[in-house]
Design a protein around this ligand. Structure first.
Ligand SMILES: NC(=O)c1ccc[n+]([C@@H]2O[C@H](COP(=O)([O-])OP(=O)(O)OC[C@H]3O[C@@H](n4cnc5c(N)ncnc54)[C@H](OP(=O)(O)O)[C@@H]3O)[C@@H](O)[C@H]2O)c1
Length: 269
């Protein structure tokens, strides 16, 4: 590939496909990209939520797909390409809060399939498509969780480490092969969404709003920042994790996780 990324990419209007757009961070990406004049294609499983957001965004198209299935990923990609997108926000994901020896294997496989396999498949398919079309931007959503071991959420933290490392590697491939595509990874700390409820926990740090997370991220995307960490506290945690031996970080994380409560239980986790 001998074409470089267009410098004026952000001066143009684009078509953005957003997974996890039925809620939280993904829905906020849809709102802010739409407000900035871009066309948005909403993806998720919750049809009512997608329809409501579509109504709010002047009938934005939506695609229903279960990304825990390979067939769902392929179907989403095929339908999304009908809109000739040039931005892909690879954002859908969820967490599981439980001790590894006691958690549901079935649910963990669903997490791996959604947070790792689907992110990988869609990253690859959209990268190939954008390179062929001569332009594009991909943002993968990871988390600061990906910088450290995470007792009580071991699969989730490990899944986000995969997303960070793969995005960084592909970022270098794109840059040095003069690809017309840029990739970034978003690594938020806690954000106020339905994420914790879905993971079955309460008593967590409040975090920034989805609006703050997304407006910061979109600004950083304009300068093609490879790793985007949208808050001072989150940045401090990442720096701390780099300075702390992994096993010590795991012990410290375990202590913090034990202060959280499972939803429906008065006991600490
Ligand atoms: N909130 C935080 O504190 C935080 C911090 C760091 C990173 N993150 C990451 O940010 C991303 C978005 O999370 P959020 O905070 O916005 O959580 P959220 O409000 O629970 O939204 C999660 C989104 O993922 C979609 N999703 C989950 N499983 C799916 C599946 N099998 N197929 C298709 N879509 C699926 C959901 O769609 P449906 O409901 O329609 O299925 C929903 O739109 C996730 O990758 C998460 O790991 C969140």
């Amino acid at each position: 590939m001998s074409v470089v990324m267009k410098k004026n990419f952000w001066n143009e209007k684009h078509t953005a496909v957003i997974t996890g757009a039925s809620a939280g961070i993904g829905a906020e990406f849809a709102r802010q990209l739409f407000e900035a004049g871009h066309r948005v294609i909403l993806c998720g499983r919750d049809e009512n939520a997608l329809r409501a957001l579509s109504d709010e965004l002047c009938g934005a198209p939506y695609i229903i797909a279960d990304l825990s299935r390979v067939s769902g990923c392929r179907a989403l990609f095929e339908k999304a390409c009908e809109y000739v997108p040039d931005i892909f926000i690879n954002n859908a994901g969820f967490g599981i809060f439980d001790k590894f020896s006691e958690s549901s294997l079935e649910r963990e496989i669903e997490l791996i399939n959604t947070d790792v396999r689907a992110v990988h498949i869609l990253f690859k398919l959209f990268l190939g498509y954008f390179e062929k079309n001569g332009s594009g931007y991909i943002l993968n959503t990871a988390s600061i969780a990906g910088f450290m071991p995470g007792p009580m959420m071991s699969g989730y933290y490990a899944s986000k480490a995969y997303v960070i490392r793969q995005t960084q590697a592909v970022w270098a491939e794109c840059l040095l092969s003069r690809s017309p595509v840029r990739v970034s990874v978003l690594c938020p700390g806690p954000v106020q969404t339905g994420f914790n409820e879905r993971a079955g926990i309460t008593g967590t740090i409040k975090g920034i709003t989805a609006k703050e997370c997304v407006s910061y991220t979109l600004e950083k995307m304009k300068s093609f920042s490879p790793v985007i960490i949208p808050s001072v506290t989150a940045k401090a945690v990442v720096v701390g994790s780099k300075l702390t031996p992994a096993l010590l970080a795991a012990l410290a994380c375990y202590v913090v996780q034990k202060t959280k409560k499972r939803i429906g239980s008065e006991k600490q986790a």
